[in-house]
Write a protein that binds this ligand. Structure first.
Ligand SMILES: [Zn+2]
Length: 380
């Protein structure tokens, strides 16, 4: 199994200049390669592929003084990156999606370069990372690096440089806990579990929105192309990055907590696109990063030998989890469910129990998978 570990780098001034120079050399090389493919196709209807371009690396190093100092693997990875962009483009064309042709990259539109073999161009040297052509860079190892290192990518973000290692490792399955859970996503609470636990909504974005607005206005006020505008843009990007990190960190911890406690986790299969119709709901859900959260749950479950199932959310809120009665007139304002069968429960807690039940039926094949009809939902 492959996994990525990213760490903040603290390059010296000289090292930073070298990192920037390499990034710029790679960007130009990328644009060269793209131009080559484009003209070959437009003028001669020829397709130039990855292997033909890989063969050019040697010549490029010999003829370009900047490229001469760059490790050949780095230049090869640029070829592979461009090829991936083309493959993604072809895939989109084939599946009939809106397909953008790979684009030339401007100065601020090229953020990383990579190495493809540990010990050949990069190596961990004590507490530092030794990179060919750059030097021994200081790293903040905020968590242990596990597994066998395969590749490295150096990434420039608004806040600075990062090293992302791709490692191969054998996942350690967690011991079974004998407990299953259903998870409801909502607005009043970010999540509520079938055990009745809830996590309050985390409005990272809203909390920071005022700050962002100030920064956005600052960018807008400054002259285009000016140095001060560039500075304000970097500040704005940094703020976006900070919020994204807070959100990811929080959701990762939340996913981890669920994986530790439960063998099987049932969540709603939310088609975010449908949610966009209901603007307030969509905003809250996107704000809470639901898609990212479910993706992390699946990834962690795969590592720990746990099961995550996504169930149809239809009628999970409107159905009594005790007797199956459907409350057709329930509105978003009704926070508490009181049923004739004697059930009296928080709305989201009730929904989470229905989600758990539906998850169980999917696993054991008792009911129809996904797309449960309202009448059938009533019989839960
Ligand atoms: Zn009932």
């Amino acid at each position: 199994m492959l996994k990525t570990f990213c760490y903040r780098l603290y390059p010296s001034k000289v090292q930073e200049r070298k990192l920037e120079a390499t990034r710029e050399t790679c960007r130009r090389w990328y644009n060269d390669l793209l131009a080559e493919r484009k003209t070959a196709y437009e003028e001669r209807k020829e397709t130039i592929g990855k292997y033909e371009q890989l063969r050019r690396v040697k010549d490029h190093k010999a003829s370009n003084p900047w490229a001469a100092d760059v490790h050949s693997h780095v230049l090869q990875v640029v070829v592979a990156d461009l090829d991936n962009a083309f493959q993604a483009f072809f895939r989109r064309v084939k599946s009939g999606q809106k397909a953008g042709y790979p684009r030339f990259r401007g100065r601020n539109r090229f953020d990383s370069f990579g190495f493809k073999e540990y010990g050949n161009g990069f190596k961990i040297d004590g507490r530092r990372l030794r990179v060919s052509g750059i030097g021994r860079i200081a790293v903040r190892w905020h968590r242990p690096l596990e597994g066998t290192i395969k590749t490295l990518r150096l990434i420039k973000k608004a806040s600075g440089w990062y090293a992302c290692f791709s490692v191969e490792y054998t996942p350690q399955p967690l011991a079974p806990t004998g407990r299953d859970v259903g998870v409801d996503v909502g607005i009043a609470s970010l999540i509520t579990t079938s055990d009745g636990a809830s996590v309050p909504p985390q409005h990272w974005y809203k909390r920071e929105q005022r700050k962002l607005r100030v920064l956005q206005r600052r960018v807008a006020r400054r002259t285009k192309g000016g140095k001060n505008r560039r500075k304000a843009v970097v500040q704005l990007q940094r703020q976006h990055e900070r919020i994204a990190n807070q959100r990811k960190d929080f959701l990762n911890k939340l996913a981890n907590a669920l994986i530790q406690q439960y063998d099987r986790i049932a969540v709603e299969n939310l088609r975010i696109t449908n949610m966009v119709n209901n603007r307030h709901l969509a905003k809250s859900i996107l704000d809470a990063g639901w898609g990212y959260f479910v993706a992390r749950l699946h990834a962690k479950a795969a590592e720990a030998a746990r099961v995550v199932v996504e169930v149809d959310p239809a009628y999970t809120s409107k159905t009594c989890s005790g007797c199956g009665h459907v409350f057709e007139n329930l509105t978003l304002k009704d926070r508490w469910i009181v049923c004739g069968c004697g059930l009296s429960l928080d709305r989201d807690h009730n929904a989470a129990i229905n989600i758990l039940k539906r998850g169980g039926q999917l696993r054991w094949g008792i009911s129809t998978p996904l797309g449960v009809l309202p009448q059938e939902a009533a019989g839960l």
